[in-house]
Design a protein. Structure first.
Length: 235
């Protein structure tokens, strides 16, 4: 679906006339639908770490605390516990709070672990890395739609032919309840249907690992801490 087609589907559900264009629509209905579609895209992208928006960032360090090219232009937020120093084969801990960062800078001459914080839209590392070390992490992109030809990724609708990267049916449901709310119409049932659809999508997004409630769960091939053998043990 495109922006125009999902807005038309929302119009059919609400019972208002379909617009010929959303972005160039001059009537209040088209404008209200566009506002609802913009809000829905932004909020849905923030709602969860969707696999469709998850990317990997790999960068080479510079020999200074501030890594000037570490955050990509479409960075929204980092996926927790995915930051690694691949050169030294160790995890990068963080993000540190300002208090933790200043404490390390003031009291620890040579930290034994890598740590980071994000400030001023840049990543800072402690201790200072070597030149050209490889670091990597996963992040959630802020771009939740793209141009119809697939060449441009955006964080807002810009053309009637733009396509969502997230579930189009959920976005349509979101446009419906948001439009109704903006017009003072009853929207509670529509919101409930929308929330149920979002929770179902979150539940299946990216798949789920089978959990063993009787023992810790570790990914196949990942190192595990020492475990005592199963069996009965005398006190």
């Amino acid at each position: 679906m495109t922006l125009l087609s999902l807005v038309r589907a929302a119009c059919d559900e609400v019972g208002v006339a379909r617009p010929n264009s959303v972005m160039a629509g001059a009537d209040q209905t088209a404008r209200a639908m566009l506002r609802a579609a913009q809000a829905e895209g932004r909020e849905l992208a923030r709602r969860w770490g969707w696999q469709a928006l998850t990317k990997e960032r790999v960068f080479a360090s510079v020999a200074q605390p501030v890594q000037t090219d570490a955050l990509p232009a479409d960075f929204s937020r980092m996926v927790p516990d995915t930051f690694w120093n691949r050169t030294m084969q160790r995890r990068v801990i963080g993000p540190l709070t300002s208090d933790e960062w200043q404490s390390l800078r003031a009291t620890v001459a040579n930290p034994v672990v890598d740590a980071f914080r994000i400030v001023g839209d840049q990543i800072e590392l402690i201790p200072t890395p070597g030149e050209g070390w490889t670091f990597a992490y996963e992040y959630v992109s802020k771009n939740w739609c793209r141009s119809g030809d697939g060449t441009a990724y955006r964080d807002q609708w810009a053309d009637d032919s733009d396509e969502p990267l997230l579930d189009e049916e959920i976005i349509t449901l979101g446009v419906i309840w948001r439009f109704k709310r903006s017009r003072g119409l009853t929207f509670e049932a529509d919101l409930a249907s929308y929330e149920a659809a979002v929770q179902a999508a979150i539940g299946r997004d990216g798949g789920r690992r089978t959990l063993n409630l009787a023992a810790p769960s570790y990914a196949a091939g990942m190192p595990t801490p020492p475990q005592p053998p199963e069996g009965s043990w005398m006190a």
